[in-house]
Design a protein around this ligand. Structure first.
Ligand code: SF4
Length: 195
């Protein structure tokens, strides 16, 4: 039998495949439109996300929403997920062993969604999905072709909050994303109202 969003979400909600299950409050599965052509992937939930069970809430989430709005997007037109679904304590980077344990869920989300564009938010997602040697300061905004998707890394919104000097570069990357959406995505505003 084929995979489904419901089955995947149910499995994920009960997951105890890595040690992050011991300290999590919620499993943060992902959110957005299951017919979206654009998938945004961050590294993992923070404290607010863990409490609410929703990715990218709090100040970083607000900034992400503002960034999406600049190019005419919102959470009804994209899908948002993370490399690991449970919060690493003290907001540390997810360990390789945790990423390995969890990445299968994201792979299944990708298989169900089949996005045209995947945007990695921050270096952890970009190194895991695009290139282990990727350096976010140098390689953000560069398009890669991976598994039939167009992929680009951008700065994580938390990094933009810590260092507002990076925002002009993030703006350029957003405009590049907007151009690529215009080039290869098919959904129109009318489609979105129906989806
Ligand atoms: S982080 Fe992923 S693999 Fe680890 S317990 Fe949570 S859902 Fe399971």
């Amino acid at each position: 039998m084929g995979d489904s969003w419901e089955a995947l979400k149910r499995e994920c909600a009960g997951c105890r495949e890595c040690a992050l299950c011991q300290t999590r409050h919620s499993v943060v599965f992902g959110i957005g439109n299951p017919k979206a052509e654009i998938l945004l992937v961050g590294e993992g939930p923070g404290a607010n996300e863990d409490q609410q069970g929703i990715p990218f809430v709090g100040r970083a989430g607000q900034l992400l929403d503002d960034m999406l709005a600049i190019i005419g997007l919102d959470r009804t037109k994209v899908y948002i997920a993370n490399i690991v679904k449970c919060r690493p304590p003290e907001n540390r980077d997810p360990l390789n062993v945790e990423q390995e344990a969890c990445i299968g869920y994201l792979r299944r989300q990708i298989a169900l969604l089949r996005p045209k564009i995947l945007v990695c938010l921050g270096r952890i997602a970009a190194m895991r999905l695009m290139d282990p040697k990727l350096r976010i300061t140098k390689d953000h905004g560069v398009w890669y072709d991976v598994d039939g998707m167009r992929m680009m890394a951008m700065y994580h919104p938390s990094a933009l909050l810590r260092d507002p000097g990076k925002r002009p570069e993030a703006f350029d990357d957003l405009k590049a994303l907007q151009r690529e959406i215009g080039r290869i995505c098919e959904h129109t505003e009318a489609d979105w109202r129906k989806l």
